[in-house]
Write a protein that binds this ligand. Sequence first.
Ligand SMILES: O=C(O)CCC(=O)C(=O)O
Length: 241
Amino acid sequence: MIMRDVATDKSTFVPNENTVSKIQDFQEDEELFRYCCLPEILKYVECFTGPNILAMHTMLINKPPDSGKKSSRHPLHQDLHYFPFRPADTIVCAWTAMEHVDRNNGCLVVLPGSHKGSLKQHDYPQWEGGVNIMYHGIQDYNKNSPRVHLVMEKGDTVFFHPLLIHGSGQNKTKGFRKAISCHYTSSDGHYIDVKGTSQENIEKEVIKLAHKFRGLEVDNITLKDVWQMRARLVKGKRTTL
Ligand SMILES: O=C(O)CCC(=O)C(=O)O
């Protein structure tokens, strides 16, 4: 799935690599998926997931130079908001910088220790310059808690818990800030029904998009179905997820 920044001018739009802000769900692309299978990455992932490892969510992020509207920012959020699978402690994100990243080009920012809290309500932030599709954020976090900006070099990888509150700043440079990431989970986990929970809003949005972009005509699909289709085994056995 190719994503474009909300600030993209539709009247002068010419599709080329400069208009791609993110590629999602690359699990069927053999070249990109090699990232998810790298032993250097799996060595650490396995500490969280155990031996049966599923790649659930894949992203190649090409954060564009900010257009002046600050829409290149990614609001503070917890990735578990998007996931209907549990337990949370067996999910881990690997995020690898593909070039030097710092505050100037919009590196990751994290609230250390926030993964010990609970899943919070997520909604679209009220940003004047617009917000990218699916960029839900949280308001209810400790505004006094210190923020750590992750300055990283090309190839550096950070591994983090799905409850960790994180986001990224605007890209103030003229270059595209590139990173690649994969969310892994143990295949021995289980799905939850998100109806009646804070995740109901994301389920509705994801299903709408699945109908629109993937041409899924079936009724009654759930967030679980979407994730079951995305999941790809990287190591061990596919058991319950
Ligand atoms: O790479 C970034 O700018 C942030 C990515 C992120 O947090 C996400 O997509 O969940």
